[in-house]
Design a protein around this ligand. Sequence first.
Ligand SMILES: Cc1cc2nc3c(=O)[nH]c(=O)nc-3n(C[C@H](O)[C@H](O)[C@H](O)COP(=O)(O)OP(=O)(O)OC[C@H]3O[C@@H](n4cnc5c(N)ncnc54)[C@H](O)[C@@H]3O)c2cc1C
Length: 251
Amino acid sequence: MARGTLLVTAPIRASWHVGRVANRRPETPSAVRLELDVSTWPGNHAGSHLDIRLTAPDGYQASRSYSIASSGQSTRVMLVVEELPAGEVSPYLVQQLDEGDQLEVHGPLGRYFVWSPTESDRSPVQLIAGGSGVVPLFAMAMAREYESENADFRLLYSVRTPEDVFFANELASLTQTAVDIVHTRRAPPESSRAPGRLTQGSLGGFVFPASATPRIFLCGPTPFVETIAGWLLQLGHDPTRIRTERFGGIR
Ligand SMILES: Cc1cc2nc3c(=O)[nH]c(=O)nc-3n(C[C@H](O)[C@H](O)[C@H](O)COP(=O)(O)OP(=O)(O)OC[C@H]3O[C@@H](n4cnc5c(N)ncnc54)[C@H](O)[C@@H]3O)c2cc1C
């Protein structure tokens, strides 16, 4: 995945663009990886998102937000969309949107939930994802990957089964981010941990201690984010250093 030739250092104004699906492939049995060519894209920081707007032939419109898995000044924008079977937009994006199709995107959005390699704060960065919440955190880990020296990175990724892991090959190849994958329903045979949700007691073993004053980026379904954020506070983490992004919905 290209980062583009330059880091994004200047403020970026969000606006509407037309994107063309350059590439699509299954990411998991229920998710698709989409690469969009957006010729007018101004670049984006790692962690930002965009809105997709679909318009039906009768003029009905629906918009949804999707995190951007890529970063930098490239005009190739990568998304991963998980299908919610009863959803309005995601089944269309996963099952029907095809290479060559065009769609409207608005962005990049989100100045708060981003990480830039140029930041002066070099304290550790803890990434915590539930399900598809890994997408913006993957962009941050990839941005960190291009740096020889920068903050220590750790990723904790809660996912149902091994087949549901997004970016499986890329995560296994990361050299600058320590990755822990916690399986909630079924773990791989070689796993030393029985499947099950994170608990208040187990969380501390997967994250930088509060004494290291990490910055924390936490993303996923709303109940996941709220539960983990509460436990982080009980572990003594500074609330001003915890940034959250909620995808909505149930888990
Ligand atoms: C900032 C931001 C970034 C996002 N990034 C991504 C991303 O990278 N990849 C991705 O797949 N999704 C992402 N989402 C979620 C996405 O915007 C949609 O909510 C999702 O695709 C469902 O849309 P839908 O129209 O198919 O379902 P809807 O018709 O909107 O909802 C159907 C039902 O599913 C529930 N629901 C909605 N969202 C979720 C969810 N995430 N998990 C479980 N239940 C849910 C609703 O409560 C409702 O009951 C992001 C959301 C936000 C706010």
